[in-house]
Write a protein that binds this ligand. Structure first.
Ligand code: F6P
Length: 347
């Protein structure tokens, strides 16, 4: 251990994800208890680093936050130091502020965007360590990110619940879930909730195929449930703004046009605002604690990760610029097909 204790910075970047507070707690508590650390919380992601907004993080600050969604530090997806609005590249300012804070390590909790920024700072000599989070579960080089289990659970519950009203009204219930580029939430929620159709960004589907599938079911069933990831684009349907609901609504409209009584439910930000599940709290605590070990060893420019259930760490350069999408022949896709679920791409 460094004589005099470590100086640790912590920031959360990108969209919030259940488990962020659990990970902050793990970093700060382990830092204080095992490394006599002084901790600094950078506010609102990288924006706070550029604009000199930070505060000390004491043991009491992280007590009682394990089960809370959101992030006590605030977050932002508008604070990229390499493209900071009209000011352009202000990475030199961010690096100057890091030196001013005399940090031994900066823990960056975030998704693919945050990891790319962390990689850029690490390449310029910053002592950065990545901790992956996102409800989308699409960070490369890790099997799982915290927040995903919570979001998939919320979505699966919603899909299950909607069966009753779908059955009562003999309707098609379309459920739009998050996932602009990766369909992990839709895939898991669709399987766990018993969806009849799952539309994902990775598997191009067509409304005509969805209609065929629903018609074939209608002979013996009163209703169908269609799970649509917000980034899915069955032909002719596109997300035109950042607001959730556009793709789900368009799919429901097209099913109405095809003659089915249809309604859409848009889960939107509910999926990432629920208290973290126990699994996400455990994962966040593991990853936060593991990041401390890297800091103590002086291993920077790496991200902690889970591979085949084990804690590992990988260079940020292997993570940066990549997204982990659902392979079209993924075992879960095959399992869903095996129980009669359509992905809108075949009979
Ligand atoms: O990346 C996490 C996520 O929740 C996505 O699933 C979603 O598409 C996006 O963020 C929404 O971001 P925002 O809240 O900034 O619109």
């Amino acid at each position: 251990m460094k004589r005099g204790g470590l100086r640790l910075g912590v920031l959360t970047g990108g969209g919030d994800s259940p488990g962020l507070n659990a990970a902050i707690r793990a970093v700060v508590k382990k830092g204080i208890l095992q490394h006599r650390a002084q901790c600094v919380g950078i506010l609102d992601g990288f924006s706070g680093l550029i604009e000199r907004r930070w505060r000390p993080l004491m043991y009491e600050d992280v007590s009682g936050i394990l089960c809370r969604a959101g992030t006590i530090l605030g977050t932002s997806n508008k604070g990229n130091p390499f493209h900071f609005g009209e000011r352009g590249d202000v990475s030199a300012v961010a690096l100057r502020h890091l030196r001013h804070l005399k940090l031994d390590a900066l823990m960056c909790l975030g998704g693919d965007g945050t990891m790319a920024i962390a990689d850029g700072l690490a390449r310029r000599g910053a002592p950065v360590i990545g901790i992956p989070k996102t409800i989308d579960n699409d960070v490369a080089e890790t099997d799982i990110t915290f927040g995903f289990d919570t979001a998939a659970t919320v979505a699966a519950e919603a899909v299950s619940i909607l069966h009753a009203t779908a059955d009562a009204h003999r309707r098609i219930m379309v459920v739009e879930v998050m996932g602009r580029t990766a369909g992990w939430i839709g895939l898991h929620a669709g399987i766990a909730g018993g969806a009849d159709v799952i539309l994902l960004p990775e598997i191009p589907g067509s409304i005509a195929r969805v209609v065929d599938h629903i018609r074939s079911r209608v002979r013996d069933r009163r209703f169908s449930i269609v799970v649509v990831a917000e980034g899915a684009g069955p032909e002719g349907i596109q997300r035109r703004s950042l607001h959730p609901g556009i793709v789900g609504t368009a799919v429901a409209d097209r099913l109405e046009e095809a003659g089915f009584d249809s309604r859409v439910t848009v889960l939107g930000h509910l999926q990432r605002s629920a208290p973290p599940t126990p699994a996400d709290r455990v994962l966040a605590t593991r990853l936060g604690a593991a990041a401390l070990d890297l800091a103590a060893r002086g291993t920077f420019g790496h991200m902690v990760a889970i591979r085949k259930g084990r804690l590992v760490h990988v260079p940020l350069r292997r993570v940066s610029g990549r997204v982990k999408r659902v392979p079209r022949d993924h075992e879960l896709v095959r399992a869903a097909r095996a129980v009669g679920t359509s992905f809108g791409d075949g009979p």
